[in-house]
Design a protein around this ligand. Structure first.
Ligand code: FES
Length: 264
């Protein structure tokens, strides 16, 4: 799994203006929550969550910086270097599951929802974005049989506000066995705060700058825990994250400097 494979891009789907899914000629049965390292020769290698885990592996990418801009320049039939799938995926417990995804963070939650629904679980998904046109996988989740609640920052779809507003209101009325979250880290920190007050065990998928991606270099260790995001993560249990003074506050760039969330 750690060896690089050169694989063809079979299909590219434009999900929103800034988000695309790349289906790869790679059938590896990933666990939802696992990631692959994507290598663009001469550019860089970056971790990407699997958004389709059965059949052709899919990665769903937000165009954000130089790497993703170069990725978006590729076409169907072009080749990519891939290592993986790697890391620890989500683990499903209980029957009533709640998913909270913000922006492109919905990517690893969608295959999780599909898998849980196939196993007869009940799934409620709170999906949020800045605006209606940036909502990801709403139809996919509904088709799979999930109940979907929407929030947008600007109120163009669903409730005006944040996913965490919808979550807080929902948990006043209902209870769930397990919550799963992925999205901006400040959002996930708030999700964990809310679910903790309701005693709902929660797993979160983290994003960090990776160098080796296989647990060797120490770049992605979560301060205060010794846990490596690429190896023991990228999904973590709430109790693991509570041991970290890094989660919800900062991440480290390639030079190891702390970059605080919410500051520019
Ligand atoms: S990226 Fe090297 S240990 Fe995680």
């Amino acid at each position: 799994m750690h060896e690089m494979q050169v694989v063809e891009i079979k299909k590219i789907v434009r999900e929103t203006k800034r988000i695309r899914t790349f289906f790869l000629d790679l059938d590896v049965n990933a666990i939802p929550g696992q990631f692959v390292m994507v290598w663009l020769p001469g550019v860089n290698e970056k971790p990407m969550s699997a958004s389709y885990t059965r059949g052709d592996l899919g990665i769903t990418v937000l165009r954000l910086g130089d790497f993703t801009r170069r990725l978006f320049e590729l076409s169907e039939g072009d080749l990519l270097g891939i290592r993986g799938p790697m890391g620890r995926g989500f683990k499903i417990y209980g029957d009533r599951l709640l998913l909270v995804g913000g922006g492109v963070g919905v990517a690893p939650l969608a295959p999780l929802a599909e898998e849980a629904l196939r196993d007869g679980k009940e799934v409620t998904a709170i999906v949020g974005a800045l605006t209606a046109s940036e909502l990801l996988f709403v139809d996919r989740l509904k088709r799979a049989g999930a109940r979907v609640l929407i929030s947008t920052d600007d109120g163009t779809a669903g409730r005006k506000g944040f996913t965490t507003d919808v979550l807080a209101e929902l948990l006043e009325e209902e209870s769930f066995d397990q919550c799963f979250t992925c999205g901006p880290e400040l959002m996930m920190a708030k999700v964990l705060e809310i679910t903790r007050s309701k005693r709902i065990p929660t797993q979160a998928s983290l994003h960090r700058y990776f160098k080796c991606g296989i647990g060797i270099c120490g770049q992605c260790v979560l301060d205060g825990t010794g846990l490596r995001v690429c190896k023991e993560g990228p999904t973590f249990r709430d109790k693991e994250l509570r041991r970290s003074h890094e989660f919800g506050r900062y991440w480290r760039n390639a030079a190891g400097q702390k970059i605080y969330f919410g500051r520019r």
